[in-house]
Design a protein around this ligand. Structure first.
Ligand code: UDP
Length: 319
């Protein structure tokens, strides 16, 4: 059993989605700081393996629970991080109704739980609320360009609804809430088959298979290493700022650049091949404006993307 770090202010914190990529990295950070963490997850798109390193901490407990069911717990809780949602375009195609219900009914259940416990809620919202953005880079004040009927709408609209519900609870009940809009994040514990670009390219590179760039590969994304992401979330939760606030890395690259860099860093023999765009409404550009996070949270990412990619490739090699 790992002892948790020393802290005079041990909090009891719920992480919904603790077996997911961001949820498990976040839980580990909170445990290392000495907090008691209660993880919940229904394993809709996450992995039991991600719980294993957390279970080594004496202050960690876990129960399998779907947030679509009301949450009941005897003990006091001071903070709830909501990371419970499938988030990959493959999931959008496979389980759209679950995604809509998790982010609506599930969100409401967590908000009601927070009201009852007088706990503060942090929602991991998403850059997808901006849709295929018409302004660049994206500031929090931008209302977005979302196709409400398209394949991505189960995620985009559900996350937009969740933000609206959170703000309604804040206005009506003065509930303490925080909204982070997460931009593309990568690192250890991503699902290797979740279809997202970083795990896909890394897996292909490690097996010397063709790297599948969709479309012309000129579309851009801005990738944030998971330790930076988690740091931003913790700073927001403990700040006096409601948000929404963008948490992401503003260094923007094309998918071709990403493919070539991963081939180089993985020392791979893979070649880039082009495939038709498979995801409808695939945003052409995405880059966060993070001036608000800098001003309100004193946060900005520290890990250079090449360094983060190297660490991620190493993790995939070992796992
Ligand atoms: N992409 C790609 N090849 C892949 C997987 C994704 O070229 O094997 C592209 C995808 O079309 C998109 C970008 O990479 O333009 C990022 O996709 P991802 O699914 O990781 O996340 P998104 O930001 O679109 O939610």
């Amino acid at each position: 059993m790992k002892k948790t770090g020393k802290s005079d202010f041990v909090k009891t914190i719920i992480v919904a989605g603790a077996a997911g990529f961001i949820g498990s990295n976040l839980s580990e950070r909170l445990l290392k700081e000495g907090n008691r963490v209660i993880g919940i997850d229904n394993f809709a798109s996450s992995s039991r393996k991600n719980i294993e390193p957390l279970s080594e901490f004496e202050n960690f407990s876990f129960f399998e629970h779907d947030v679509q069911e009301p949450l009941e717990l005897g003990e006091n809780v001071s903070q709830v991080y909501n990371c419970a949602s499938p988030a990959s375009p493959i999931d959008f195609a496979k389980i759209p109704i679950e995604i809509l219900m998790t982010n609506s009914l599930g969100m409401k259940n967590l908000l009601d739980f927070c009201l009852q416990k007088k706990a503060r809620l942090l929602q991991t919202s998403t850059s997808e609320v901006y849709g295929d953005p018409l302004v660049h880079p994206q500031k929090e004040s931008y209302w977005g360009n979302v196709n409400p009927l398209g394949e991505r709408s189960c995620y985009d609209e559900a996350k937009r609804f969740a933000e609206a519900l959170i703000m309604a609870y804040k206005r009506k009940y003065s509930l303490e809430v925080r909204i982070a809009r997460i931009f593309n994040t990568y690192g250890p514990r991503m699902r290797k088959d979740d279809g997202r670009v970083v795990p896909s390219f890394i897996e292909q590179a490690l097996h010397n298979q063709p790297i599948t760039v969709f479309g012309e590969g000129k579309q851009t994304r801005s990738f944030c290493y998971v330790s930076d992401q988690v740091d931003g979330l913790v700073k927001l939760m403990n700040s006096g700022f409601t948000g929404p606030v963008n948490i992401g890395n503003p260094v923007e690259i094309t998918m071709i650049e990403l493919a070539e860099k991963i081939i180089e860093l993985a020392n791979s023999k893979s070649k880039v091949i082009f495939k038709p765009l498979i995801h409808a409404d695939d945003p052409k550009k995405r880059k966060p404006d993070i001036s608000l996070a800098k001003e309100k949270l004193g946060w900005e990412p520290k890990v250079h993307w090449e360094e983060g990619m190297k660490k991620t490739i190493e993790w995939f090699r070992k796992n």
